[in-house]
Design a protein around this ligand. Structure first.
Ligand SMILES: Nc1ncnc2c1ncn2[C@@H]1O[C@H](COP(=O)(O)OP(=O)(O)OP(=O)(O)O)[C@@H](O)[C@H]1O
Length: 239
C-alpha cells in the first residue's frame, strides 16, 4: 500500500509536486500518468527516500522509506535503467545488491532466468541494449520479493516483445497481491495494463479512477487523457 498525503516538493522556485494526495492499493496495477514535468518521477523519488518532501508525507505500508527495516523486502523500484555500472556483469551487479540486502545468490540466478537474461548473465552491462537494461533493472527491483513496486516508464524504448513481457509481468505481480505503481506515456499500453489510473498535472491530482470508468464502451484512453490534461501542459517557467 502506498499513501501520499498533501505532498509538496519544491526545487528553488519550481514546485514539482503541489499538494498531492492519493492511495495505491494492492492487487491491481495503478497507472501514474501526466504530461512531461507533471511531477511523477519526483513523487516516486520522495516515496523512495531519494528526495525529501518540502511538506506532507509519502508512505509505504504506513512508513516513510527511511524508517523501513530491510527496505528491499518491502519496496522495489525501477527509476532509471541507465544508472548501472557498465563494467560489471549482470550477475555481479545483482549479486552485489543481493549481498547488501542479505539475499541469497540463488535468488539472483532465479531472477536472471525470470527476466530472460540468464544467457547473458556474465556479459558486461555496458554492452547491453536498452531493453536488456530495463530487464536488469526489473530484476533488481524484484530481488527482495517486495510487496510494493514502483516502475517509472519501464516500457520506454522496448520492442513489441519487451512491451508485452512488461505488461504481463505487471499484471502477474498485481495478481500476486502486490501494489504496483507504473508510469508511462504510452496510452494504448496503459489502457491494456492498468486497472486504475492516477492522472496528475502541474504537481496536482486531476483524476483518480478505475480505468474502465474513464474509457467506457471502448473510448480511447488517449482521447480522454488529452482532454483531461489539456490545461496542464507547461514547460519551463517556475510554478
Ligand atoms: N532535481 C531537480 N532540481 C530542480 N528541478 C527539478 C528536479 N527534479 C525535477 N525537477 C522539476 O520538477 C518538475 C517535475 O519533474 P518530474 O521529473 O517529477 O516530472 P515527470 O512527471 O516525471 O516528467 P516526465 O514525464 O518528463 O518524466 C519539472 O519542472 C522538473 O524540471
Amino acid at each position: 500500500m502506498i499513501e501520499v498525503r498533501d505532498l509538496v516538493k519544491r526545487y528553488g522556485g519550481t514546485t514539482a509536486v503541489d499538494g498531492l494526495s492519493f492511495q495505491v492499493r494492492p492487487g491491481q496495477v495503478t497507472g501514474f500518468l501526466g504530461p512531461n514535468g507533471a511531477g511523477k518521477s519526483t513523487t516516486m523519488r520522495v516515496l523512495l527516500g531519494l528526495a525529501a518532501p518540502t511538506s506532507g508525507e509519502a508512505l509505504i505500508d504506513g512508513r516513510r522509506y527511511a524508517t523501513i527495516r530491510r527496505p528491499a523486502h518491502r519496496v522495489g523500484a525501477l527509476l532509471d535503467a541507465g544508472a548501472v555500472h557498465g563494467g560489471r556483469s549482470a550477475y555481479d551487479h545483482l549479486l552485489s545488491l543481493a549481498r547488501t540486502n542479505g539475499i541469497r545468490p540463488r535468488r539472483v540466478i532465479a531472477l536472471l532466468e525470470e527476466v530472460g537474461l540468464a544467457g547473458v548473465a556474465r556479459k558486461r552491462v555496458g554492452g547491453f541494449s536498452l531493453g536488456m537494461r530495463q530487464r536488469l533493472g526489473i530484476a533488481a527491483a524484484l530481488l527482495g520479493d517486495p510487496g510494493v513496486l514502483l516502475f517509472d516508464e519501464p516500457v520506454n524504448g522496448l520492442d513489441p516483445e519487451g512491451v508485452r513481457w512488461i505488461r504481463e509481468l505487471m499484471r502477474s505481480l498485481a495478481a500476486e497481491g502486490r501494489t504496483v505503481l507504473l508510469s508511462s506515456h504510452l496510452m494504448s499500453e496503459m489502457a491494456l495494463t492498468a486497472d486504475h489510473l492516477l492522472i496528475i498535472g502541474r504537481g496536482r491530482l486531476i483524476t483518480d479512477s478505475p480505468t474502465r470508468d474513464l474509457t467506457p464502451d471502448g473510448t480511447s484512453l488517449e482521447d480522454v487523457y488529452l482532454r483531461i490534461t489539456a490545461g496542464s501542459v507547461e514547460f519551463g517557467a517556475g510554478r
